[in-house]
Design a protein around this ligand. Structure first.
Ligand code: F6P
Length: 360
């Protein structure tokens, strides 16, 4: 008979829609095997800080509550908030927490950064770990989709649709700044779905004069409104990142490039009034889409199955229409996955007349 296991689950990094569906899937799949699931609070903090913060999760926790259908994280999360103790010290504390709770393994729901950090903690402390990819940025390597991206895309697409309607009434060029950090997946896919006129992403250089050229073409065609989607991570024309603040580990928190673009367009061209909408954190809390819930169910089930088969140090992925798993080392080695400038998304955007910058 299979030995009953005690496993931990934690959500790490920026939250997104679908996390609770992942937790539910893991709890159900593990409980059906007779395992006990410890829900670790606030990312790795629940294990590294004293007193440890956790809750034993049961099927009942989720069967009779709306949680699995809601965004946010039932367990709480931690985004780039780890105090910079040495890796060895954090790994030691993490290991102590795991030992204190008597866990056989930990499931980490996170992006590439979390896979790197917790992967190192687990390696250092000899702990079994399985990763489940999630991020609205969709920049976790190898998996084609991470939980949360599709729902965030829907939030952005709905916003672009709304902006198009008011742009039409007031004959304006409305700028929509979306998240994504250094990756343009969210901007490009939502701009394409939302039928924007311009989409600027960090991976493709652009010229403001060419944005204006596009606006002039729109005007000449008889249309007097436009929608421009801009990824928060694009640089100014002179190569600067705009940043409003720094996070707890001193990284720039992007934001403000929409206002920069608006001011530059106004300086050089007077035929369209511009206004800026920065979508911000609402992108993380849309209704979990059916695709994200499917991924959540399949990733959660596979993560538990991998542990049951004695595997560890792997991240589940969605690739070529199938669920599989790859080693955490491979994920960390590949690093952040940027938008492929020759992808079908970019090709289609250009083919249907969107200005996306200059690809040589
Ligand atoms: O990584 C997800 C993400 O939402 C990015 O798109 C964004 O730049 C960042 O997190 C915002 O982080 P914070 O929640 O710390 O403001």
């Amino acid at each position: 008979m299979e030995k009953a296991k005690k496993i931990g689950i934690l959500t790490s990094g920026g939250d997104c829609a679908g996390l609770n569906a992942v937790i539910r899937a893991v709890v159900n799949a593990a409980s059906l095997r007779g395992w006990t699931v410890y829900g670790i609070r606030n990312g790795t903090d629940g294990l590294t800080e004293s007193p440890r913060e956790y809750e034993i999760l049961t099927v009942e926790n989720f069967s009779d509550t709306p949680w699995p259908r809601l965004s946010g994280s039932y367990l709480g999360s931690l985004n780039k908030g780890v105090k910079m103790e040495s890796l060895a010290e954090m790994s030691r504390r993490f290991g102590e927490g795991v030992k204190e709770l008597g866990l056989d393994a930990v499931i980490v729901v996170g992006g590439d950064g979390s896979m790197n950090i917790t992967g190192n903690y687990c390696k250092g402390a000899g702990i079994k770990m399985i990763g489940i990819p999630k991020t609205i940025d969709n920049d976790t390597p190898i998996t084609e989709f991470s939980v949360g991206f599709n729902s965030a895309c829907q939030v952005c697409t709905t916003a672009i649709d709304s902006l198009e309607l008011t742009a039409r009434s007031h004959h304006r060029a409305l700028i929509c700044e979306v998240m994504g950090r250094d990756a343009g997946h969210l901007a490009m896919q939502s701009a394409l779905a939302g039928q924007a006129d311009v989409c600027l992403v960090p991976e493709i250089p652009y010229k403001i004069d060419n944005v204006i050229k596009k606006l002039k073409e729109i005007k000449a065609s008889g249309r007097s409104h436009a929608v421009i989607v801009v990824s928060e991570g694009i640089k100014t024309e002179d190569g600067q990142h705009l940043s409003a603040a720094k996070n707890l580990i001193g990284e720039a928190v992007y934001g403000g490039v929409g206002q920069y673009l608006s001011a530059e367009i106004n300086k050089r061209y007077g035929d369209f009034q511009t206004r800026v909408t920065t979508l911000g954190h609402v992108q993380r809390s849309g209704v979990p889409s059916s695709f994200d819930r499917l991924l959540a169910a399949m990733f959660g089930a596979e993560a538990v199955d991998l542990l049951a088969r004695g595997e560890s140090n792997k991240m589940v992925v969605w690739k070529d229409g199938k669920i599989s798993a790859v080693s955490i080392e491979e994920v960390v080695k590949k690093g952040t996955t940027l938008l492929d400038v020759h992808s079908d998304y970019v090709k289609a955007a250009r083919a249907i007349g969107m200005y996306v910058g200059e690809i040589d």
